[in-house]
Design a binder for this molecule. Structure first.
Ligand code: SF4
Ligand code: SF4
Length: 369
């Protein structure tokens, strides 16, 4: 299987402010190009695009290609599980939404210390093992957002897990919160296949400062910024798949040409990546990856990741249009950052463990003065 996976979490939209309005015509073209180039792996989840991502799997892939032509990964939303019956109900809904018949890869979604406790309480590991026995999933694993110590505990207590999906990119490699490097070493030590998510850090590494871009262009004038990040991730040990959440045909073609042309990075290229990582680290104010897990449950309908993106942009390069864009979100019906009632729902959902409530205060100070 070729090493690039199509992440279906940031699909092109017909209305930018409504995540359910996926542009099916555009998606069909992207799927066709992906499959024509020999790629087969599609990664969705119950929560992506507020449920519309799994529905689009049916429309864009399942109805248009024979089942043998593609591989589907989906995920059990551990953050939504409360009662024993939730797992059966959600899994049935996923099969119905996608029409896939079975999932090639099925993951417990976004395990961390607290969701691991939920999974143990509800016997989620036994649940996915049963699905595998029944032929409803082919391989079982989990995606993960916590320390290497927690990862080691889960893999030690559940050696039956066949693979693990980790957040790895060159910016998070040494990050003390994300611990990409330590988590990668842990998964390798347990002999697990690794699927990489967020190799471009939610698009953050595709748009870097002019200083960083200059360093990269001096070595490879034609490599895109995203290409550097993909190459870094794909070259690591035990990596079977690198996922990229693609939003446009241009991004898809760029990623395909990167993976088609893959070769190990040399010492000069790796040194350039370290240098650029330093430059970027100095510029990020709020390390949000725009996964949008926090958005749906916010009682105040605050456009949290959109506000953080504007804040980061402003932090890197002050400009007046950021304020206008902020006002535009509010006029379109989003709550203001200062409308936050500190209920904490978003922080519970955030795989990056961001202090969202505090960060929204910074956003309000910046854009509501
Ligand atoms: S803490 Fe604030 S931003 Fe987070 S879900 Fe509650 S109201 Fe929304
Ligand atoms: S604040 Fe956290 S949960 Fe929300 S989009 Fe950003 S990274 Fe995702």
């Amino acid at each position: 299987m070729k090493q690039l996976g199509f992440g279906l979490m940031r699909l092109p939209l017909l209305q930018a402010e409504d995540a359910r309005t996926i542009d099916l015509e555009q998606l069909n073209k992207m799927v066709d190009t992906f499959i024509e180039q020999g790629y087969t792996y599609f990664d969705t989840a119950y929560m992506y695009h507020n449920g519309a991502s799994e529905q689009m799997v049916k429309e864009a892939i399942v109805k248009r290609y024979p089942r043998s032509a593609f591989t589907i990964a989906s995920k059990l939303p551990t953050m939504l599980l409360q009662n024993l019956g939730d797992q059966e109900r959600i899994f049935s809904e996923q099969l119905e939404r996608t029409g896939a018949g079975y999932f090639d890869y099925y993951l417990l979604h976004a395990l961390d210390r607290s969701k691991y406790e939920t999974a143990k309480r509800l016997k989620s590991f036994e649940f996915v093992a049963r699905l595998k026995e029944q032929g409803l999933i082919k391989r079982m694993g989990f995606s993960f957002h916590d320390s290497a110590e927690v990862l080691d505990q889960i893999l030690t207590e559940h050696p039956e897990m066949e693979f693990v999906q980790l957040q790895i990119n060159y910016l998070d490699w040494d990050d003390p919160g994300v611990q990409s490097k330590l988590c990668h070493e842990t998964a390798c030590r347990h002999g697990k296949d690794i699927i990489i998510m967020e190799p471009v850090k939610g698009g953050r590494l595709a748009n870097i400062s002019p200083y960083g871009e200059k360093i990269y262009r001096a070595i490879h004038p034609n490599w895109s910024m995203a290409s550097w990040a993909l190459r870094y991730a794909a070259g690591l040990d035990n990596v079977k798949m690198v996922l990229s959440g693609m939003s446009s045909m241009q991004q898809l073609q760029d990623n395909i040409s990167t993976i088609n042309d893959l070769s190990p990075l040399n010492a000069q290229e790796l040194a350039a990546i370290q240098e650029v990582a330093q430059i970027i680290r100095r510029g990020i104010a709020i390390p949000c990856t725009a996964c949008r897990y926090c958005v749906e449950g916010c009682p105040q309908h605050i456009a949290i990741p959109d506000y953080f993106a504007l804040y980061n942009k402003m932090f890197e390069e002050p400009n007046a249009s950021a304020r206008q864009l902020y006002d535009g979100y509010v006029s379109a019906g989003s709550g203001k950052a200062s409308d936050c009632i500190a209920c904490g729902q978003c922080e519970h959902s955030c795989p990056q463990h961001l202090s969202i409530i505090e960060d929204l205060k910074r956003v309000a100070q910046q854009f509501e003065k």
